[in-house]
Design a protein around this ligand. Structure first.
Ligand code: ADP
Ligand code: ZN
Ligand code: ZN
Length: 727
């Protein structure tokens, strides 16, 4: 008797969600079994999706190749994992094989069954040597009343949970104790903790290790992120897949790890844009985490029902009452994404608030600097420089933030306040240096850059937020006469993607900051995240307007989050601040101090800010009220890229739900050309998520067909970005 397993292999991006290949096998293979199969001249890794006893219609034995080998040392990938991967492929419009195989560690592709068996054995031995669980008493802090209430509510929640807590309110402690409870209640349970960037928060990993290695052994926690070597990734993945690892701490890729005992998912800093993948399958790890928890819960509930009905022989897992077991998901942030906030407003998520900082450290006071009243051309306002000098002299640290990256340039006149608004949209047009045009990325409206300000005739119009390039040097020169308490000169250091590229340099730079060697740290968003610097009492955001007036409607949301996060670095140590007698401050330089964002920031009032932004979004039909996707095209010429997109839009006529969809004209990307490839995009908008999904599914084959149209000559590739973060 023969079997005809359908196998998922790494296929090109657009080969369709249903794309499996049929092979022949003498053995019945369980769904989820990892196999090696011939593909062309190679042998590749595949996942068995199904194993029927009949060949698909029209397929003969002679046409079908045989499965080359089974990785039988490994348990199959379970049905919940397969459902997750299938959903991710379908929702984000990518190939099933591409998503499934990308979720497996690359090294798994190179191992045959024998090598794998050896690897597993070694790992088990190491685990046995390490595993020395000791005392089972609870470690950690006694929870504050707020934390206690949040933990209790979280553990009773029937929906995803938003843990809305100020920076330093003790959210991490709540994650730790929730994790401990779950792991102690079920011997097989696993917890997934996701963070935006592991390298930026070595303290978090240390806290988890310190807490759980004494309880569950040294191998109980593994990390999964792209900075690991292939061997480390394989080891981490295997530990998770076999259940040896009880806790997986990882970045967005970890959401697709195989975790058979998953009972709790924590998404820390859930608003962080790095949860959205910007290449390949452009998935949101936060959104997939919510979906994953739902799938796991449904399976647990179904299993519990079977157990109660006596249909399954096994007793209830230990610690489990008759109440429905769940896999819970917690999204934590001091500045939640508006999508998540809106879901909580609607009651789809349970919002738990922790407004107070542990230790009573006050949130910093906002000092808004009106740049209209500062000396012409000043990058840093004199009062800000003076305030920094004072703090350095007292032995306190300052942080200066340049929120420069990721914002498209908008033109402005600093005399009259004119900005390059689009006359047709509530958006600002973007300055395209290449052909000196102003283009709206929403409707496509384009004009040549005016010679002078259209309002007042001023010749000096410039992109918002320019002139901060040399900030580090500039600051050093401004502070040249300032002395630290030890009499030494003030020291300024810079930290950004460039300065931390070398391995170990980030850790080193963080260390100099922690040790107090550095007095002023200058950097991009990177410095605002997570770090627990004790001695910072002043944080300054110096070109906030580049986040206020950007083409991207999410820019204010990001600016608010960034400034709150950055402010959260200041005054964390109430004892230090009081001893010094100085309140912590958040300085913000702006040309538009009356912007409502600042009023909310002054009060640390995220709910007010969110309500205002959501009202604006609702009025404009923007997410989370409307739903969006981008069709992107890369081509040898801009003309070809746009022609392809516009042809694809034309060809969408008559597709299902077309009348519920708005297709905008193609526009170039802000960074229009990269490595001699021209890039363009077309915005797709829909009132309902369901209509968008069904339309995109029907559009996918059309997109493929349009590649061979004559006007698309020169097209390199296309991609769909569902729920894009940047437009
Ligand atoms: P968040 O994650 O909200 O920024 P953390 O959990 O990191 O906050 O807590 C901030 C600081 O307060 C940490 O140094 C932590 O060890 C400490 N902490 C948290 N909870 C408690 C508690 N219940 N009692 C004492 N200290 C606490
Ligand atoms: Zn003007
Ligand atoms: Zn427009």
């Amino acid at each position: 008797m023969a079997f005809w397993p359908s196998v998922v292999v790494a296929t090109p991006a657009h080969s369709g969600v249903g794309a499996t290949l049929t092979y022949r096998s003498e053995l019945l293979l369980a769904s989820g079994t990892l196999v090696r199969v011939p593909l062309g001249a190679r042998e590749v890794l595949g996942v068995v999706w199904d194993c029927p006893t009949e060949p698909p219609q029209g397929l003969t034995e002679a046409q079908t190749k045989t499965v080359a080998g089974v990785l039988d040392g490994l348990p199959p990938l379970n049905a919940r994992w397969r459902q997750l991967v299938r959903f991710a492929a379908q929702y984000y419009q990518r190939g099933l094989g591409e998503v499934a195989l990308a979720a497996l560690p690359p090294q798994l592709r190179d191992l045959d069954a024998v090598q794998l068996a050896r690897r597993l054995k070694k790992q088990q031995k190491q685990q046995a040597a390490k595993a020395a669980p000791v005392d089972t008493t609870a470690l950690g802090h006694d929870l504050s009343d707020e934390q206690h209430e949040a933990l209790r509510a979280l553990e009773a929640a029937q929906t995803p949970v938003l843990l809305y807590g100020a920076t330093g309110s003790g959210k991490t402690e709540v994650y730790l104790q929730a994790t401990q409870h779950v792991l102690q209640a079920h011997t097989e349970a696993q917890v997934l903790v996701m963070v935006p960037e592991i390298n930026l928060t070595p303290q978090l990993e240390a806290r988890f290790r310190e807490r759980f290695e004494p309880l569950f052994g040294a191998g109980a926690l593994v990390c999964l992120h792209s900075g690991m070597t292939p061997a480390q990734r394989l080891a981490g993945w295997l530990a998770a897949h076999t259940g040896q690892a009880r806790i997986v701490l990882g970045t967005r890729m970890a959401v697709l790890a195989s975790l058979p005992g998953l009972r709790l998912i924590v998404v820390d800093e859930e608003h962080d844009p790095s949860y959205k993948s910007q290449e390949g399958a452009r998935y949101s790890a936060r959104d997939l985490a919510v979906y994953r928890a739902k799938v796991e819960t449904e399976a647990l509930v179904a299993q519990a029902a079977l157990l109660r009905a006596g249909a399954l022989p096994d007793p209830l897992p230990d610690g489990e009452g008759v109440g429905a077991p769940r896999c819970r998901v917690v999204l934590g942030s001091a500045t939640p994404s508006l999508e998540t906030w809106h879901a909580a407003d609607q009651g789809r998520y349970l919002r738990l608030s922790m407004p107070a900082r542990i230790g009573g450290g006050a949130l910093p006071r906002l000092r808004l600097v009106d740049m209209n009243h500062q000396p012409k051309g000043a990058v840093l306002a004199p009062p800000l420089v003076a305030a920094m000098a004072e703090r350095i002299a007292r032995g306190e640290q300052c942080m200066v933030l340049l929120n420069r990256r990721g914002y498209a340039p908008v033109l402005a006149c600093h005399d009259c306040g004119w900005k390059s608004a689009c006359p047709h949209c509530s958006a600002f047009r973007v300055f395209h240096k290449l052909d000196r045009t102003l283009r709206c990325h929403h409707c496509g409206f384009t004009e040549r850059v005016p010679r002078a300000c259209p309002e007042c005739g001023n010749l000096d119009i410039a992109p918002v937020g320019r002139g901060t390039e040399q900030l580090e040097e500039h600051l050093a020169s401004l502070l040249v006469d300032v002395k630290r308490p030890d009499g030494g000169p003030a020291r300024v250091a810079r930290m950004d993607a460039d300065s931390t590229r070398l391995k170990g340099s980030l850790e080193q730079q963080l260390a100099t900051m922690h040790s107090g060697e550095v007095d002023v740290l200058v950097g991009t968003q990177m410095i605002a995240k997570g770090h627990d610097f004790r001695r910072i009492t002043l944080v300054a955001g110096i070109n906030a307007d580049s986040g206020l007036f950007a083409s991207d409607y999410r820019a204010p949301e990001r600016l608010f989050a960034l400034l709150m996060q950055a402010g959260g670095r200041a005054g964390r140590d109430a004892a230090f601040v009081t001893e010094q007698g100085s309140a912590s401050e958040l300085w913000v330089q702006t040309w538009t101090p009356t912007h409502p964002l600042f009023a909310a920031l002054r009060q640390h009032d995220f709910p007010a800010f969110a309500a205002q932004q959501l009202a604006e979004r609702e009025g404009a039909g923007m997410p989370p009220y409307g739903h969006q996707a981008l069709l992107r095209a890369d081509a040898r010429t801009q003309q070809a890229a746009q022609a392809y997109l516009n042809a694809a839009a034309q060809a969408a006529d008559g597709l299902p739900h077309r009348d519920e969809i708005t297709l905008y004209p193609a526009v170039p990307l802000t960074i229009q050309r990269v490595a001699n490839v021209e890039r363009a995009q077309l915005l797709v908008e829909a009132v309902s998520r369901g209509a968008l999904q069904r339309f995109l599914n029907a559009w996918q084959p059309v997109l493929l067909a349009c590649r061979s149209l004559p006007e698309a000559r020169g097209l390199v590739r296309f991609a769909v970005d569902v729920d894009p973060l940047v437009i």
